[in-house]
Ligand binder design. Structure first.
Ligand SMILES: Cc1cc2nc3c(=O)[nH]c(=O)nc-3n(C[C@H](O)[C@H](O)[C@H](O)COP(=O)(O)OP(=O)(O)OC[C@H]3O[C@@H](n4cnc5c(N)ncnc54)[C@H](O)[C@@H]3O)c2cc1C
Length: 459
């Protein structure tokens, strides 16, 4: 695997200053940990948020909006690279609450109006235009470079009064009699300190500080995927409102799929997702060799990158989906990937980060107002949120089980709106559940293509 370039500090860069693309190199993490541990710092906040990604920035901003003091600790210095670039329409409501929409409308990001599926034979489906389904401003969303989007979100939190400390890694959450009472953290020089607070929010992404400490993580036995991705300059771009479409392109035998996400600066994010065992069957192969092999299996992607130039190293991630057994406990809450990660097929990650951040923020502010940061109050939003994640998971599994969505819509046209609701991210409502018996019936009738072991999720 080629060694990635180091991280670029874009000191003084405004949010829309085009950044050079050493960012596309691997993220560099700070690991120094010292021994010195003075007691509590000055004026302890009511809430400590671990991590400044989309979920952390959201929860911190909205709790601060309610007048509570929030300190956010982020181990990296922003802007920093992150994967996960495609938004879906239902992010709109939270982005509006955060007050960030004017900056997105005026920003550099490519507008996304649709998603389009390409079969393993290279056959394009009709583009699915969000506005055709829901003519509202939310139907225009964005493809975002995360170094810029996340920095914008964090700056917005700062402007809302959140006390943000970059280059500070949380080493552990402190508990007393089963209740979270603060964190122990270290700055870049290794100096450690403790911060006390009434609520600790774990928004540390896949690092999952609390989930692992309390042994709450449940791996999803069905969604054991891996991804390999890179960026191309000069890849094919469609015209007009299709220019920013996300494409999901299946590989031969439907054993995997490519994402194709157009970004600003003529860059396109392109990655392949498949079962871990399929992608890494031969451990001796480089990421580049595996990626190229998968391109050769994908007639959808080949012509689109034929004249393009690779603009970044290859990266890989194990995409094992997981979820915590609990969303909150006494004095602590989990949001975003720190609660659970779901396969990236339908680009739901940032929506889930924003949604859980907003729901948790309301619960935290209510709990602090009531002087009762108990598990019951902090986790009051959990059941509905988990039910929503389950609905998205079912649709992910239906895809991997080979459900033919075109045929489903032809057979059950009256249910197309519900299917569409999931695709735009409006899956936190029970009506959606009317879909599952119909999908089960199609599956029972042999309407799905069963693939080797890893596929079936039992929709
Ligand atoms: C291959 C792949 C493709 C994806 N594609 C998409 C997509 O197209 N669209 C989409 O919506 N989602 C996508 N996702 C998912 C998306 O990236 C995540 O769901 C999203 O970033 C979650 O946001 P978060 O704020 O919870 O966590 P993160 O964005 O991971 O932020 C966590 C932050 O916490 C910091 N941190 C970690 N540990 C500590 C610590 N100990 N102390 C202090 N700070 C800490 C990290 O530095 C980081 O900044 C994809 C994910 C993968 C893996």
């Amino acid at each position: 695997m080629p060694e990635p370039p180091g991280r670029l500090r874009a000191a003084g860069a405004g949010p829309w200053t085009p950044l050079a693309y050493p960012f596309l190199g691997k993220q560099v993490s700070f690991t120094a940990v010292g021994k010195h541990c003075p007691m509590i710092s000055q004026a302890d906040p009511e809430v400590v948020v671990i991590g400044g990604g989309p979920s952390g920035a959201t929860v911190a901003t909205l709790v601060a909006q309610r007048g509570h003091s929030v300190r956010l600790l982020e181990r990296d210095r922003f802007p920093r690279y992150h994967i996960g670039e495609s938004l879906i329409p239902e992010t709109f409501g939270v982005l509006e609450r955060l007050g960030i929409l004017p900056r997105l409308r005026g920003g550099p990001f490519i507008e996304k109006h649709s998603v389009q599926f390409v079969t393993d034979a290279g056959k394009l489906s009709e583009p699915f235009y969000f506005a055709d389904y829901k003519p509202h401003e939310s139907s225009r969303t964005w493809q975002v470079t995360r170094q810029e989007f996340d920095a914008l979100m964090l700056d917005n939190a700062r402007e809302h009064g959140v006390d943000i400390h970059e280059g500070v890694r949380v080493l552990e959450v402190l508990f007393e009699e089963g209740r979270a009472i603060g964190v122990r953290c270290a700055d870049e020089s290794g100096r450690e300190r403790q911060i006390r607070c009434r609520v600790v929010v774990d928004a540390a992404g896949q690092s999952c500080v609390i989930q692992d400490r309390l042994g709450l993580r449940q791996w999803d036995p069905e969604l054991k995927k891996a991804a390999i991705w890179t960026y191309f300059r000069g890849a094919q771009r469609d015209a007009g409102r299709d220019a920013g479409a996300t494409l999901v392109m299946q590989t031969a035998g439907k054993l995997g799929w490519f994402w194709y996400i157009p970004l600003q600066g003529d860059l396109t994010s392109i990655g392949v997702v498949a079962s871990h065992d399929h992608l890494f069957a031969d451990r001796g192969k480089t990421l580049e060799a595996i990626f190229d092999e998968q391109v050769a299996r994908c007639p959808g992607v080949q012509p689109r990158i034929a004249g393009a130039e690779r603009a970044a190293p290859f990266r890989a991630a194990k995409e094992y989906s997981y979820r915590s057994r609990e969303v909150a406990g006494d004095g602590w809450v989990l949001v975003g990937d720190a609660f659970g990660f779901l396969d990236p097929l339908y680009s739901s990650g940032i929506l889930l980060a924003l949604r859980s951040g907003a729901l948790a923020a309301d619960a935290i502010a209510d709990a602090l107002d009531a002087d009762d940061p108990s598990a019951a109050r902090l986790g009051v939003w959990g059941p509905d949120y988990v039910a929503g994640m389950d609905r998205m998971r079912k649709l992910v599994c239906a895809f991997y089980d080979g459900l033919n969505f075109g045929r489903f819509v032809r057979q059950h046209g009256d249910h197309k709106p519900l299917l569409t609701d999931i695709l735009i991210g409006d899956f936190f409502k029970q009506d959606i559940d009317a879909l599952w018996p119909l999908m089960d019936a199609m599956q029972a009738d042999g309407e799905t293509v069963k693939r080797p072991p890893v596929g079936s999720c039992g929709v």
